[in-house]
Design a protein around this ligand. Structure first.
Ligand code: ADP
Ligand code: TRP
Length: 316
């Protein structure tokens, strides 16, 4: 039986933290046997953010860092087609065609645009058109599922609508994708109990040194009175079964420092092998992986564009 196809994009931004790992990276690793997987670095999407503009070295390093992170976390490039969005020109080509089918009022309803507008930010056309590039990313590959976090659901809806619009106008061309909100993937809390996020400065770095991890864990806010320190426990249960934790947390009840030390050891035991791999992956390996990925992705994307170009009428 043909495997179902999975596709997702990852923006190259900042140092990965354990929220990214449990919320996204690990899922792609776990699903790569079951699905024919395409995972790409959304490097053209990253150009919409101000800090990446005029900072080519930072852009380059972040792209390499995503690939290195995914390989270290267990993505097997023979199972998952891992590539750069910018290497497959059909993404931007199809985005243009979608932009010509799409109206301004429709894109003005996107959350990202509305937020920027509410804050009176001056946004680029690229940011405004973002959902159309994302629709192209998705629809080029006819994926069955597009696993994304909650904040990206609306974008997948845009891709669905765009597929339907194109299909209605030109005949069946694109599969209408489903998004999956990954089951059992809860939001990982940060050291202050809010969602772990780079923007809140409450992260535990995935590839941090033991000292860095230790410092972050010691900083976890423990405001529960007596009993169980919930913020520590919530992170701990990502690394150990609740059965094992019950025993530990009742033995050490009230002793927050010892519980945090136990958590540091458990994080260290899980991430040390990944961190070693991370440090051993060379730039040369990264370039080979994405070059091979681009060839495989391009095969799919180019075949789809032959059909699209024919249908819109530019093929003579
Ligand atoms: P951040 O909030 O740190 O900027 P991103 O928005 O770059 O993180 O998220 C990258 C991926 O990691 C997304 O798929 C997102 O859903 C996932 N992710 C980020 N933070 C968490 C979290 N605290 N819990 C679960 N998943 C998360
Ligand atoms: N917009 C997504 C994010 O910010 C990244 C992304 C770009 C993506 N293209 C995609 C995700 C296609 C899934 C499918 O996280």
């Amino acid at each position: 039986m043909q495997k179902k196809r999975l596709l997702s994009g990852v923006k190259p931004t900042g140092r990965p933290h354990i929220g990214n790992y449990f919320g996204a990276i690990k899922q792609f690793v776990d699903l790569q046997d079951e699905y024919e997987s395409f995972v790409f670095v959304a490097d053209y999407h990253a150009l919409t953010t101000a800090h990446s503009q005029q900072n080519p070295e930072e852009v380059r390093n972040s792209i390499k860092d995503v690939v290195r992170t995914y390989l270290a976390a267990g993505i097997d490039p023979n199972k998952t087609t891992l590539f750069q969005q910018s290497a497959v020109h059909e993404h931007t080509e199809l985005a243009w065609i979608f932009e010509c089918l799409t109206t301004m009022p429709y894109l003005m309803r996107a959350h990202a645009f509305k937020d920027a507008e509410a804050k009176n930010k001056e946004i680029s056309v690229g940011t405004f058109n973002y959902p159309m590039l994302m629709a192209a990313d998705i629809l080029l590959y006819d994926p069955d599922v597009v696993p994304v976090g909650k904040d990206q659901q609306q974008h997948v809806e845009y891709a669905r609508d765009t597929a339907e619009k194109f299909n209605n106008l030109y005949g069946d061309t694109f599969a209408v994708p489903e998004h999956i909100i990954l089951e059992g993937v809860a939001t990982v809390p940060g050291t202050d109990g809010q969602k772990m996020s780079k923007s809140y400065n409450n992260t535990i770095p995935l590839f941090g040194t033991k000292e860095e991890i230790g410092k972050a864990v010691m900083g976890i806010v423990t405001d529960s009175e007596g009993g169980r320190p919930e913020n520590v426990y919530a992170i701990h249960k990502l690394f150990k079964s609740e059965g094992e934790l019950e025993a530990l947390y009742s033995e050490k009840e009230g002793s927050y420092k010892e519980l945090k030390e136990a958590l540091i050891e458990d994080i260290e035991a899980s991430v040390a092998p990944m961190r070693e791999r991370y440090e051993s992956i060379t730039d040369g390996e990264i370039k080979n992986v994405v070059a091979q990925g681009a060839v495989r992705a391009h095969e799919q994307a180019a075949a789809k564009m032959i059909d699209v170009r024919q249908k819109v009428g530019v093929t003579l």
